[in-house]
Design a protein around this ligand. Structure first.
Ligand SMILES: Nc1ncnc2c1ncn2[C@@H]1O[C@H](COP(=O)(O)OP(=O)(O)OP(=O)(O)O)[C@@H](O)[C@H]1O
Ligand SMILES: Nc1ccn([C@@H]2O[C@H](COP(=O)(O)O)[C@@H](O)[C@H]2O)c(=O)n1
Length: 196
């Protein structure tokens, strides 16, 4: 991490909304470091560490891992990066994530806005099921997706509502094509003062 306060943009939305897809383009264009909470948790699970089994259970059930574990992974990844712009994807996902971040990181970073990629459950499910052929993910199946959607509605939407009330939410209709979504995302980053 550089000496100046890290700038953070959060990326939220239902499973398969296209968060990772748009993050790749944001990284290429605006030179952010992309930190996906889901990717960090899957890597930790695959490392066979003492929390691996616990993390796997949460992922299979579409539940949210306790924040202490997730923040530790995000913080370590931020420390390891020699730059100032961070795109934190899939976090904060529930009140525990939100409160844990506020407590541990809130005053250490400059959180600019939340990119909310929004699409309906049917679109989201179809995208994840198509991705299943290549993703190898234990949770890209109908049963896990139902659970992930319930978690999204019950736990993540209230967090997005909180950000909206704070004027930090920037919503994009993610049911459009990848290129159409990208055009809207670029407008949001330009309005926030980021240059390509
Ligand atoms: N706008 C889009 N239109 C059609 N397909 C898309 C669009 N955006 C992403 N996809 C495809 O949908 C699948 C899910 O996209 P992606 O992995 O980016 O979603 P995500 O929001 O990061 O998912 P998760 O939260 O489950 O990790 C991928 O196969 C991707 O290629
Ligand atoms: N803040 C988070 C983010 C993710 N998880 C767990 O990982 C699963 C996959 O997340 P994706 O963002 O890659 O879809 C998710 O269903 C959770 O089980 C988490 O616990 N906390």
């Amino acid at each position: 991490m550089s000496d100046t306060k890290p700038v953070v943009v959060f990326v939220l939305g239902p499973p398969g909304a296209g968060k990772g897809t748009q993050c790749e383009r944001i990284v290429d264009t605006y030179k952010f470091k992309h930190l996906s909470a889901g990717d960090l948790l899957r890597a930790e699970r695959n490392s066979g560490s003492e929390t691996a089994e616990l993390i796997n259970g949460y992922i299979k059930e579409g539940k949210i891992v306790p924040v202490a574990i997730t923040i530790e992974l995000i913080h370590k990844a931020m420390e390891a990066h020699d730059g100032n712009l961070f795109l934190i994807d899939g976090f904060p996902r529930n009140a525990d994530n939100f409160d844990g971040w506020a407590e541990r990181m809130g005053d250490k970073v400059d959180a600019r806005f939340v990119l909310f990629l929004d699409c309906d459950e049917e679109t989201s499910t179809q995208r994840c099921l198509q991705r299943a052929a290549s993703s190898g993910r234990v949770d890209d199946n109908v049963e896990s997706l139902k659970k992930r959607h319930r978690t999204y509605e019950e736990s993540t939407m209230p967090v997005i509502d909180l950000f909206r009330k704070e004027g930090m939410e920037r919503r994009v209709d993610a049911s459009e094509s990848i290129d159409a979504v990208w055009e809207k995302v670029k407008e949001i980053f330009a309005e926030a003062g980021f240059t390509a």
